[in-house]
Design a protein around this ligand. Structure first.
Ligand code: CTP
Length: 407
């Protein structure tokens, strides 16, 4: 039996009929040695009582955001930070919607927004609510934010309907909790990974710039995967609208020149991965005042080439052990990528087809080809998170022989 001794779980109980099953979940967690603190939403208090849960958990049960004594004893921020894992069970449609939109109007939602810890949700609701486009959208958002789902299961519901929406059984939720809390292999512990992501922004004048559509999603997913494998992860990012992945060291930049300087400042590193869509050119002379319409011919903007960050870092004396580039191609993907590998001096090119209908820019999925001097490997269509995990595992393996030799 895997012990959870020394682990602390914050259980947020939502207001659904499945709330009664959380007594058993708390009991199972206690049997494994975990400390369980509990927050009840107002609606949950209609289904279970603070008193019964306090007696099973052996801890105070928290119910209201504005309880002054609770805030003095343990503030809502502290409550969520003190836990190793947050579990939301049952995660009602309402709680899921609140989490997806970042609402914080009671203790449960505030603790969930304030946390920097992993979150597991066990959804429970009527099948139609589960299948409603709003819930589907919200659950997708939560998955993208890195939350993990346990269930829901198919089955008969309290309302008499049948289908997905039944909360996972307590032993299934426990198994998911153990999976999330068990120590992970961290092959990149002690290693430094530098990742560039997003577009760069090249100013024309104080109000205008040249940029591109890069969403930064693939680079951010790689940063998350690097953190998970234990790496010291530096994310050098152009302007994007994505949350900073927990555990990464964020270095925000705007221009290609800044991106290069920050990357150089981060050397030496063990691995560098260049996912950024760096603008190839910048305006030769940035105007210091806004360029005005003159009524004459439109202004011409002479361009000058930006430094190639990947090629520069690849050829630095302090070159990282592994340098990875990305290539966005619309045709002859493998051929062009192989050429780029040689030209840029990197060890691996992750090539993706961004041709018509590929949905790579801004989308959540990617079909990539891994091009190395050893040949080309075609990966199936996967989520950007899966691509990131597979890629980081591959790079960790590539570092391994050197590590073994050093031991
Ligand atoms: N890259 C870089 N600095 C640049 C340009 C590109 O670091 N100034 C990196 C990107 O982050 C990516 C790879 O180089 O890893 C892409 O190379 P690039 O030649 O820019 O690719 P494409 O834009 O696809 O090239 P081309 O215009 O030749 O199709």
């Amino acid at each position: 039996m895997i012990s959870l001794a020394g682990k602390s779980v914050l259980l947020v109980i939502g207001g659904g009929i499945a709330a009664y099953k959380t007594h058993e979940l708390v009991r199972l967690l206690k049997t494994r040695g975990a400390a369980v603190r509990i927050i009840l939403t107002k609606a949950a208090e209609q289904f279970v009582t603070p008193l019964s849960l306090a007696s099973i958990s052996g801890e105070k049960v928290y119910t209201s955001l504005f309880s002054l004594t609770d805030e003095v004893e343990m503030g809502h921020i502290q409550l969520s930070r003190a836990a190793d894992l947050l579990v939301v069970a049952p995660a009602t449609a309402d709680l899921i919607a609140k989490m997806a939109s970042g609402l914080a109007d009671d203790l449960a939602s505030t603790a969930l927004l304030a946390t920097d810890k992993p979150v597991l949700i066990a959804p429970a609701m009527n099948v139609r609510m589960w299948r409603h486009p709003a819930t589907v959208r919200n659950v997708e958002t939560l998955k993208r934010d890195g939350l993990v789902l346990a269930g829901p299961n198919d089955g008969e519901m309290a309302c008499g309907e049948f289908g997905p929406g039944r909360m996972a059984e307590p032993n299934e939720i426990l198994a998911a909790i153990i999976e999330m809390l068990k120590p992970k292999a961290q092959p990149l512990a002690g290693k430094k990974v530098v990742i560039t992501a997003g577009p760069t922004r090249e100013p024309i004048d104080p109000v205008r710039f040249i940029s591109n559509h890069s969403s930064g999603k693939q680079g951010y997913a790689i940063a998350r995967a690097a953190v998970e494998l234990g790496a010291e992860t530096i994310l050098v990012s152009g302007p994007v609208s994505l949350p900073i992945p927990p555990g990464v060291q964020m270095m925000p930049v705007e221009t290609a020149q800044e991106m290069l300087e920050v990357c150089q400042g981060e050397m030496p590193a063990d691995i560098a991965i260049f996912t950024a869509a760096v603008a190839d050119w910048r305006v030769a002379a940035e105007a210091h005042e806004k360029i005005k319409k003159t009524g004459n011919a439109p202004p011409s903007l002479p361009l000058t080439e930006n430094p190639d960050i990947l090629a520069t870092i690849s050829r630095e004396p302090k070159r990282p052990r592994i340098v990875v580039g990305f290539a966005a191609e619309t045709e002859r993907v493998r051929e062009y990528a192989a050429e780029k590998l040689r030209k840029k001096g990197c060890d691996l090119i992750v090539a993706n087809d961004v041709g018509r209908g590929s949905d790579v820019f801004g989308g959540d999925r990617n079909t990539v080809h891994i091009v190395s001097p050893a040949g080309v490997e075609d990966w199936p269509n996967m989520s950007k998170d899966e691509v990131a995990q597979k890629l980081m595992e591959r790079l960790a393996q590539m570092l391994m022989p050197e590590q073994k030799a050093a031991e």
